[in-house]
Write a protein of this length. Structure first.
Lengths: 115, 111
């Protein structure tokens, strides 16, 4: 089966600009996650969707970050306006309760550099 | 609040050595624990998942153990190879779906 797809792989923007990332989960996976991984740290969950509804966005900086998952499949994560501290890798993952213990499968990530 | 700690932060070993990576977590009320591998510039690859009711899982040269009561897990890598060089991340999952990650152990296996 095809894995989790993300684009773009790399993005460089200036602070105060906006940026959007796209994720296509594994077919049939109802749950989709966006994580932020700052260099040298483990990933931190930003938002979790179950189908097209938000389950957990408690760690999403809502003044500048937004995410949507229309039709319960693809998802986009947007940052507007970007700050220097947003430089990180943004990882998308998906899972299915029907698969072993809801194991999460990760995409390759989008590396964002804010200058 | 769940906190996950991985020791050591970095490890360098010669090829062929057996090695152990450590992970500890503060809240023993977990649903499962996963070990991931991350290569530079890449996403995460799941290596092993241990359910809270299990003590260990094995896949090839990898063996992961879980002692939930003491809040510890270890990842054992037998006969290490240069291709094992990567960052290894431990993550615990409480009753919900959110994973809490450690900061990882950066492993270098020298030929």
């Amino acid at each position: 089966e095809a894995g989790v797809a993300q684009s773009p792989r790399y993005k460089i923007i200036e602070k105060r600009q906006s940026v959007a990332f796209w994720c296509n989960p594994i077919s049939g996976h109802a749950t989709l996650y966006w994580y932020q991984q700052i260099l040298g740290q483990g990933p931190k969950l930003l938002i979790q969707f179950q189908n097209n509804g938000v389950v957990d966005d408690s760690q999403l900086p809502k003044d500048r970050f937004s995410a949507e998952r229309l039709k319960g499949v693809d998802s986009t994560l947007k940052i507007q306006p970007a700050k220097l501290e947003d430089s990180a890798v943004y990882l998308c993952a998906s899972s299915s309760p029907a698969r072993y213990a809801g194991e999460q499968y990760f995409g390759p990530g989008t590396r964002l550099t804010v200058t | 609040k769940q906190e996950v700690t991985q020791i050591p932060a970095a490890l360098s070993v010669p090829e062929g050595e057996n090695l152990v990576l450590n992970c500890s977590f503060t809240d023993s009320a977990i649903y499962n624990l996963q070990w991931f591998r991350q290569d530079p510039g890449k996403g995460l690859t799941s290596l092993l998942l241990i359910q809270s009711s299990q003590r260990e899982q094995t896949s090839g040269r990898l063996n992961a153990s879980l002692d939930k009561s003491s809040g510890r897990s270890t990842l054992y890598i037998a006969a290490s190879q240069p291709g094992d060089s990567a960052t290894y991340l431990c993550a615990v999952r409480p009753g919900g779906s959110r994973l809490t990650f450690g900061e990882g152990t950066q492993l270098t296996v020298n030929p």
